[in-house]
Design a protein around this ligand. Structure first.
Ligand SMILES: *[C@@H]1O[C@H](CO)[C@@H](O)[C@H](O)[C@H]1NC(C)=O
Ligand SMILES: *[C@@H]1O[C@H](CO)[C@@H](O)[C@H](O)[C@H]1NC(C)=O
Ligand SMILES: *[C@@H]1O[C@H](CO)[C@@H](O)[C@H](O)[C@H]1NC(C)=O
Ligand SMILES: *[C@@H]1O[C@H](CO)[C@@H](O)[C@H](O)[C@H]1NC(C)=O
Length: 608
């Protein structure tokens, strides 16, 4: 019986010919803007899924999709990986300055490396096809650090000449050129049916972002993240044209920032001697980010969210550190706040700010200001006595005044650290920025307010109406730590449920403001005050082993909202989101899967 079966099998193998040698039986055909899976037909210039996706839809597989002119030829041309050249010149056809030239070389290397991820399983690099000449022109070839008001726009043209494909990228500043290379790379793919590297021919794109501030915040204090994992996060940001990495360096839980003025802080406050950020670590992250068009904004959160690391400074510099029951003094254990009545506090703050400014050279500084608990301050006899001797009572209003005193004194230390120059300061929404009080304590020239309450919070309208610049981190759409198990109890964590990419994508700052009755039509001052948004990853329940999946691909959904600000819903972006997620994974980012791969291969068949 067994023998007979075996014989039958042998017969059937030989009968079907050489299919064992074939690696493909499917191809994809573009029909009505969708790639449709069909049996392979060698007579009809077949193409694989990637190649089909590149030409099929309105915005190809571009992510974020360009905002200006998008003219796509929808014809693919094979190119030879071994004859790609990338040259960069300044507006007057001279060499780029040394500083920008260095960054340009990094951008060019990143571009080439990204291409190799397209066919990394192949032994042979695709060499059939024309050469590719990429010419990049950067008009202002000196500016290397992003600022508010930097020009991130670029133009990209691709055309075919006799022997080569020519791509030309033109930008004002380096940042635009870098974005242009990112877009160009997204117009190249490896077609696994024809085994060739292909580029889309005949392309005209002009592009620039809708919002100037497109950011992620990572908290490296609740749990520690290696420099390598931070750089990987920056890679994902660059691939998605985000431009700001806000680094929440310290908190009550740990103090990994190695201060040169006060090395005791990380000596006492780091989880382990290895889990610190040395000055060299910080410089390498800042430079790595800059070369990818990204500014790093450091945060030193104060006067709350401090604790570990301050033990050496003496008993009256901090109050309520690790006080129990914690619920009376802070929102999560361990508690701790600075003592605003003690002069030593400002001396140490001055040293921390000085060290941070020397390393980060920030154009914006984040002073935190999150979740100050008056119960903590009231628990200190020192502070209570000080209040009395300064004719202040014990009400919340009195303690707001104490906080105001702290904020003003700390700000003068920040200005000192910045060489005596004023600098925009970001603060989280808090009692200090509450309805009716915000303009009493803070001035709208200096302070940028980062909103973390819900997108429907009425205070947002008031902030705009009082002339404050704002950044949206409304937790109902942009807190990526929501939706996991609780850790201070059982059940779900405080801001559950999990926020899907669709909700992130639809989180439109202008819509939220319109719903709050603010006129943000083009040309209004109100519109100019909306800098953008920032997705937050608070790290109580994440460290570097799962950071990629928490951020990606959801952070990319926010990236398209902020770059392109599309009118259409997420449904129109779904196929490109899946393609971008694949791209991030190819580039070494462990982005979460959004759907069965079947949906990626059968476009338009899954979401309702
Ligand atoms: C790009 O612009 C050129 C010059 O205006 C034009 O000839 C060409 O047709 C455009 N390409 C596409 C795909 O529209
Ligand atoms: C402030 O704290 C330091 C360190 O504990 C202490 O030496 C100093 O006396 C305190 N100052 C006041 C006014 O309590
Ligand atoms: C700290 O404050 C307490 C009062 O709460 C005071 O008795 C003590 O002398 C202070 N310590 C220092 C070092 O200033
Ligand atoms: C911004 O603050 C200044 C100074 O306090 C004030 O005069 C101005 O009216 C404020 N802007 C708006 C839009 O309220």
């Amino acid at each position: 019986m067994t023998l007979l079966l075996l014989l039958l099998l042998v017969v059937s193998f030989s009968a079907t010919g050489n299919w064992a040698q074939e690696s493909q039986v499917w191809m994809w055909v573009c029909q009505e803007g969708k790639c449709v899976k069909q049996p392979l037909d060698r007579d009809m210039t077949p193409q694989g899924l990637q190649a089909c996706k590149l030409v099929c839809d309105t915005y190809s597989t571009l992510w974020p999709r360009p905002r200006g002119k998008v003219e796509l030829g929808r014809i693919l041309a094979p190119i030879n990986y071994n004859s790609i050249t990338i040259t960069g010149t300044s507006g007057d056809h001279r060499a780029l300055s040394k500083n920008v030239g260095q960054f340009f070389n990094i951008a060019a290397d990143t571009f080439s490396n990204q291409l190799t991820t397209l066919f990394k399983k192949r032994e042979q690099r695709p060499s059939d096809g024309k050469s590719l000449q990429v010419r990049v022109t950067i008009r202002d070839s000196y500016t290397r650090a992003l600022k508010i008001g930097s020009d991130e726009s670029y133009e990209l043209y691709i055309s075919e000449a006799d022997t080569e494909i020519q791509a030309s990228i033109i930008s004002t500043e380096f940042f635009g050129a870098r974005h242009g290379l990112e877009t160009l790379h997204q117009l190249i793919t490896f077609d696994d049916v024809t085994d060739s590297l292909v580029i889309m021919r005949d392309v005209n794109i002009t592009d620039s972002p809708a919002f100037p501030f497109r950011s992620l915040v990572l908290d490296t204090a609740r749990n520690y993240f290696s420099v390598a994992s931070i750089k990987r996060t920056i890679d994902g940001m660059a691939a998605s044209k985000l431009n700001t990495f806000h680094w929440h360096l310290t908190d009550s839980h740990s103090f990994p920032f190695q201060s040169q003025t006060y090395p005791q802080l990380s000596l006492y406050g780091a989880y382990t001697p290895q889990q610190i950020y040395t000055p060299q670590d910080i410089l390498s992250v800042v430079e790595y980010a800059r070369a990818r068009g990204i500014r790093v904004v450091p945060e030193f959160d104060a006067p709350a969210h401090v604790g570990e690391g301050w033990q050496w400074a003496g008993p009256n510099v901090t109050v309520c550190v690790n006080a129990q029951p914690w619920i009376n003094y802070c929102v999560e254990p361990p508690c701790g706040q600075l003592n605003p009545t003690n002069d030593t506090v400002y001396e140490i703050l001055g040293g921390i700010y000085h060290d941070m400014f020397a390393l980060f050279e920030p154009d914006i500084f984040h002073m935190g200001g999150d979740e100050v608990n008056f119960g903590c301050w009231r628990s200190s006899p020192e502070i209570v006595n000080w209040m009395t001797s300064h004719h202040l009572g014990q009400t919340d209003d009195d303690y707001l005044q104490l906080w105001d005193i702290f904020q003003k004194r700390a700000y003068t230390k920040v200005v000192e650290a910045n060489g005596g120059k004023e600098i925009p300061i970001v603060l989280w929404t808090s009692h200090l920025t509450a309805q009716g009080t915000v303009d009493k304590y803070l001035d709208n020239k200096t302070y940028i307010i980062q909103i973390w309450t819900k997108g429907s919070d009425k205070v947002i309208a008031e902030l705009i109406n009082k002339g404050f610049r704002v950044i949206f981190s409304n937790y109902d759409a942009l807190y990526f730590d929501c939706g996991f198990g609780a850790w201070i109890s059982e059940g779900n964590n405080w801001c559950s449920p999990y926020i899907g990419w669709q909700k992130v994508y639809m989180n439109n700052p202008y819509t939220m403001l319109t719903d709050l009755g603010v006129d943000i039509s083009p040309g209004t001052e109100a519109r100019e005050l909306v800098l953008g948004a920032e997705a937050a990853l608070w790290s109580e329940q994440v460290d570097e082993s799962s950071v990629d999946g928490r951020f990606w691909p959801r952070a990319a959904a926010m990236a398209e909202r902020l770059w392109s600000n599309p009118d259409e819903g997420w449904q129109k972006a779904e196929y490109r989101m899946l393609a971008h997620r694949e791209r991030l994974v190819r580039q070494g980012i462990q982005a979460e899967a959004l759907e069965p791969q079947w949906c990626y291969q059968n476009e338009g068949s899954c979401p309702e």
